[in-house]
Design a protein around this ligand. Structure first.
Ligand SMILES: Cc1cc2nc3c(=O)[nH]c(=O)nc-3n(C[C@H](O)[C@H](O)[C@H](O)COP(=O)(O)OP(=O)(O)OC[C@H]3O[C@@H](n4cnc5c(N)ncnc54)[C@H](O)[C@@H]3O)c2cc1C
Length: 359
């Protein structure tokens, strides 16, 4: 049983750790947040940061992600618009019309509002596309944000609610007594807490090994391109089988692409050059589009693609929060997890995402 106002130690200051610290602070926990790396190097800092239902494996995760989008509206209001979310809606299409229609139907069956658009409707939304697909899907409830900035805003709000934030303090190991986690050993010494929350991305899997636990969460690389454009030519999030793009500012564009290999013809820089040429072939006003940066982010990817969240059976004092699409899910998971931790009330919405499902 936790103390009335538990001391919770959150490991990780990406979007997931920052959201947890914010929500724990709102629910009056005493929070210390530790993070190893400067914020520039987190996965979050190199995220495409599309708030989306994604590619929805089943109805439950589509509903969960839909709830996550609503949650961003709540936090946006609480933080007086400082998150600057662009609720632009998202346009996407697949390799052919039947695939696009199948996907639209799957989302509609799950209760998620999307529209199948004709070429004329696509053109109205994205007038600078040279050729438009026969069918595209529009999800009006989706948007995007600057994930690094959102993380900073959440960390500041957590601090305003009383959280202590220590950036640049690496956790080397979990401290235990019997079968209970009692704190962490950091580069600056031991820190004790009532509960340790691991939101350290892929490193969480390494940290739990000393407990004899296997966390089925591995690094899954993805490429983020930052491009400069003197003319904003894209209005919404646009996702195709070849690339995802969106405007990050009037002059900066973000594009996400699949990672294939570290070097050779499919290295990140070769893929970036091909993506640039591809965008120039498919959009007007791209003559002066140029590549500014190519980054590879190691996404923390659970084996089945679904979040891993919750207390750990048989290990008191430990709570896990590892997930893909962490930007979309962070504030919903943050609130639900904080409620489980502070009020000790199990949240039904988190039931499908426990570690025990891998047993
Ligand atoms: C190219 C790309 C595109 C993406 N697109 C999307 C998208 O469109 N929508 C979406 O929702 N998601 C997207 N994602 C995924 C999303 O960015 C991640 O799921 C999310 O950022 C993970 O956040 P996190 O807080 O779990 O991890 P991270 O951001 O990696 O943060 C982990 C934190 O843990 C700290 N840490 C690690 N080890 C230790 C240690 N030993 N001690 C102390 N601290 C430690 C790190 O310093 C860091 O602060 C994308 C990712 C990439 C790379």
């Amino acid at each position: 049983m936790l103390a009335t106002s538990p001391h919770v130690l959150v490991v990780g200051a990406g979007i997931v750790g920052a959201s947890l610290a914010y929500e724990l602070g709102r629910q009056r926990a005493r929070v210390t947040l530790l993070a190893k790396a400067p914020q520039l190097t987190t996965v979050t800092a190199n995220s495409f940061a599309w708030l989306t239902t994604g590619y929805g494996q089943d109805e439950a995760i589509v509903a969960f992600r839909q709830a996550a989008l609503r949650e961003w509206h709540r936090v946006e209001q609480e933080l007086s618009g400082r998150l600057a979310i662009e609720w632009s809606g998202a346009l996407r299409w697949f390799t052919d019309s039947p695939a696009t229609e199948r996907f639209a139907n799957r989302l509609l069956t799950a209760g998620y509002p999307v529209h199948l658009l004709s070429p004329a409707q696509v053109r109205a939304l994205e007038p600078h596309l040279k050729a438009v697909p026969a069918h595209a899907l529009f999800a009006p409830e989706e948007g995007a944000l600057d994930a690094r900035r959102a993380t900073e805003v959440l960390l500041q709000a957590a601090q305003a609610a009383g959280a202590t934030v220590q950036l640049g303090n690496e956790v080397r190991a979990l401290l235990t007594s019997d079968s209970r986690v009692t704190g962490v050993m950091t580069t600056t010494g031991p820190l004790r807490a009532d509960l340790v929350v691991l939101a350290a991305g892929v490193t969480s899997a390494e940290l739990v090994q000393s407990l004899g636990l296997t966390l089925p969460l591995a690094a899954s690389p993805a490429i983020l391109l930052r491009l400069h454009t003197p003319h904003r030519f894209v209005q919404r999030v646009v996702s195709t089988p070849e690339w995802e793009i969106r405007a990050a500012s009037p002059t900066q564009l973000l594009a996400a692409a699949d990672y294939v290999a570290a070097s050779g013809a499919n290295s990140p820089s070769a893929i970036a050059q091909r993506t640039l040429r591809n965008l120039q072939a498919q959009w007007r006003r791209t003559e002066h589009l140029r590549l500014e940066q190519v980054a590879v982010g190691q996404r923390p990817m659970p084996r089945d693609g679904l979040p891993i969240v919750g207390h750990v059976a048989g290990v008191d004092g430990l709570y896990l929060a590892g997930m893909h699409a962490g930007v979309t899910l962070a504030v919903l998971v943050g609130r639900l997890a904080a409620t489980e931790i502070v009020r000790q009330q199990e949240q039904a919405l988190l039931a499908p995402y426990r570690l025990t499902r891998f047993a």
